[in-house]
Design a protein. Structure first.
Length: 268
């Protein structure tokens, strides 16, 4: 058998290596898990009272992938702008101010007393009549929808320990509205729809409302999740927010686990 030129052997070796490589199972690139409690660079991180004021919005910050210790969300501006438009119909300063004003002054907690009273004091068969007996000017169809949402989610909330007693419902959903107000203010600041002082004014108001109405980060978590349950009912959004609330309460990396709910005398 005649000896082949050396370069033929080299070519055959390359073909063999390529063939083995092509036969190997494709490797998917490993996804890097997103840091749950994102910290900002030291230059933009806030401390003290302002850091505490952000914390009632922790659940929504984690849900959005935002930083937990700065006014800016740390999320790409295009994504923030898209979320503001898609979720809140906010694309201008006027729309930003209107939505933030609604969250701070009314929000979903404006109808919560009706939902809570009917759900806890009336049999289901009387709910529709009770809704239409409300004397105030309200959206009765909306209240009926929220009642149905609460009814379908309450067994799961009780099983998970989010609603353990009547007090958990009696405290209301102030944290649901204020957490969203904090998050929307941060997003609007990122998109230059409101100024830095305006954003902090909203955040300070929301934080004070939570501190006045609730007594612990656990209360904040419960109030936020119950608000979501009333608004959207059963489904992935509620499941995801419930899981995030548990992380915020229990994860050693969570700011809630290292920051007392009330400021200590040395912080005042």
């Amino acid at each position: 058998m005649p000896q082949l030129p050396w370069y033929v052997y080299v070519l055959l070796a390359i073909i063999a290596v390529l063939g083995c490589w092509l036969l190997l199972p494709a490797r998917k690139p490993q996804r890097r898990e997103r840091e749950t409690f994102r910290r900002s660079a030291s230059a933009t991180a806030v401390t003290g009272d302002r850091a505490r004021q952000l914390l009632p919005g922790l659940i929504h910050a984690v849900d959005f992938g935002a930083t937990v210790d700065s006014l800016s969300t740390g999320v790409k501006r295009a994504r923030v702008a898209s979320a503001l438009n898609d979720w809140w119909n906010i694309g201008s300063t006027e729309q930003a101010q209107s939505t933030l004003g609604w969250l701070l002054q009314e929000g979903h907690r404006a109808v919560w007393p009706h939902v809570w009273r009917i759900a806890t004091s009336e049999p289901v068969e009387n709910w529709t009549a009770s809704v239409y007996a409300i004397r105030q000017k309200v959206d009765r169809d909306q209240i009926q929808e929220y009642l149905n949402h609460l009814a379908e989610t309450l067994p799961g909330l009780q099983e998970q320990g989010i609603v353990q007693a009547s007090d958990d419902l009696a405290r209301g959903i102030v944290a649901w509205d204020m957490s969203r107000a904090i998050m929307v203010a941060r997003m609007c600041y990122d998109c230059k729809l409101i100024t830095e002082p305006q954003a902090w004014e909203v955040i300070a108001y929301a934080s004070a409302a939570v501190s006045h109405s609730l007594s612990s980060w656990e209360d904040v978590a419960k109030s936020t999740v119950i608000g979501r349950a009333m608004w959207t009912g059963q489904g992935a959004p509620l499941t995801e927010l419930t899981a995030i609330s548990a992380q915020c309460r229990n994860d050693p990396a969570s700011p809630w686990t290292t920051t007392p709910f009330k400021a200590t005398p040395t912080e005042l």
